[in-house]
Write a protein that binds this ligand. Structure first.
Ligand SMILES: [Fe+2]
Ligand SMILES: [Fe+2]
Length: 142
């Protein structure tokens, strides 16, 4: 199991890389709870609280990027924030479905076939362009 952030694409802004790494590791942890549950055929008690933690982290991650894009008038703001909105809606739907059905296979499929490629692709496109844009200003990131 991957326990570092080597596979997470990097951008020019360090706080973004840190947040991405945290989120990736949270998802890796969730994935290990899910894989363990599938093997043991028993739902791990940490899955639900961990999923909530990931949602919270994602909300803050997206809010922060959105805030800097607005503050520095990033021209394709709506395109980037729109992707955030859609991804968060999807994640919340997965959480709701999980709470209703506790379907491990579905959660596994979401993490490994939906979230993973989405996360990489989002960083390589929207986040990379945004980081390149923000890097031209001398920002003291908070
Ligand atoms: Fe990001
Ligand atoms: Fe983003």
């Amino acid at each position: 199991m991957e326990k570092n952030c080597e596979t997470v694409p990097k951008v020019q802004i360090e706080f973004m890389n840190e947040v991405h790494c945290e989120e990736f590791l949270l998802m890796e942890e969730l994935n290990s709870f899910v894989q363990e549950s599938i093997l043991l055929n028993e739902v791990h008690s940490q899955i639900t609280p961990h999923l909530e933690k990931i949602i919270q982290h994602t909300v803050e991650h997206f809010d922060r990027e959105n805030r800097y894009m607005r503050e520095y008038n990033f021209p394709p703001y709506l395109m980037h924030s729109g992707e955030h909105e859609q991804a968060l809606r999807n994640l919340k739907m997965v959480e709701l479905e999980w709470k209703n059905n506790q379907d491990l296979k579905k959660l596994d499929q979401y993490i490994n076939q939906v979230w993973r490629p989405w996360f990489s692709n989002h960083i390589l496109t929207m986040d990379t362009i945004t980081a390149n844009f923000l890097a031209q200003f001398n920002i003291d990131f908070k």
